[in-house]
Design a protein around this ligand. Structure first.
Ligand SMILES: [Zn+2]
Length: 270
């Protein structure tokens, strides 16, 4: 599933390709992929700005907003000219007045376009983006305060800090030498500092590498990300830890396959 670096890659490619273009029509081939579709309200509007919050893409139109969540397999494809036959699994087709097209392809159909007049309804419960410039160490610590969760579930939830999914949580916890079951309330000041810095490091590295491709993720040009080559623990169960050589373990934790080094990431006994 695309996480912050993959969605950021798509956001940058959208800015390169569709920013400023005027919508001619938006057609849902699969209705459930499009929440509150309103063709007449969309037609004629141009795309003025493209933002991202966590795993959401936000297309700011002149009067309304299109919010996009790619979920498992959602993919945006840009075509510089009119397309005669859309690819398989294309759910939504956006045509621009200059004859270019943006297609939303989504094999598993969990992805969504939301057409809204106000972004708050959908983004209200989404916490501050993990790469938001306003998120420094003091705010990070403030967000951690009073949490009764373990750190893995906390970072996955999107409610407090958004953008991290299973891959980048496992990688950040490994670099921070924190066991995934560590309670947020037990983090020492030096641990929270380490964690914050490693989250930013891991995400920025992945953005530079155009995201990670495990199975389905492709960018707007159909390219795979490169960041999977840099994984330290994710998907590497049985391999030696890059720091100490102990075999990387995979367990089920917080409902997800969780990768960690049992020597570097010692479980705290309470
Ligand atoms: Zn290790």
């Amino acid at each position: 599933m695309p996480e912050l670096p993959e969605v950021e890659t798509v956001a940058q490619e959208l800015r390169d390709n569709v920013l400023g273009r005027r919508i001619k029509s938006v057609t849902a081939i699969w209705n459930r992929s499009f929440d509150n579709q309103c063709e007449t309200a969309l037609a004629g509007q141009s795309i003025e700005r493209i933002d991202r919050k966590g795993k959401y893409l936000i297309l700011n139109l002149e009067r309304t907003f299109l919010i996009i969540h790619l979920r498992m397999t959602g993919q945006l494809l840009f075509y510089p000219g009119k397309v005669d036959a859309a690819e398989d699994h294309v759910r939504i087709i956006m045509q621009f007045v200059d004859q270019t097209e943006l297609h939303f392809k989504d094999m598993r159909k969990f992805g969504r376009f939301y057409h809204v007049s106000d972004i708050q309804g959908i983004l209200n419960n989404v916490g501050i983006d993990a790469l938001d410039r306003q998120l420094g160490l003091p705010m990070f610590r403030k967000v951690l305060r009073n949490s009764k969760m373990n750190i893995k579930a906390f970072l996955l939830s999107q409610k407090y800090i958004s953008g991290l999914g299973n891959i980048y949580v496992d990688e950040s916890l490994f670099l921070s030498r924190l066991h995934p079951s560590t309670m947020v309330s037990d983090l020492t000041p030096s641990e929270s500092k380490r964690l914050f810095e490693n989250i930013v490091f891991v995400l920025k590295q992945a953005v530079r590498n155009m995201g990670s491709t495990i199975s389905d993720y492709r960018d707007m040009y159909g390219n795979r990300g490169n960041n999977q080559k840099f994984f330290r623990v994710y998907g590497r169960a049985g391999d030696p830890c890059p720091v100490c050589g102990t075999q990387i373990k995979k367990i089920k934790f917080a409902g997800r396959g969780t990768h960690f080094c049992p020597s570097c990431q010692i479980k705290q006994e309470t």
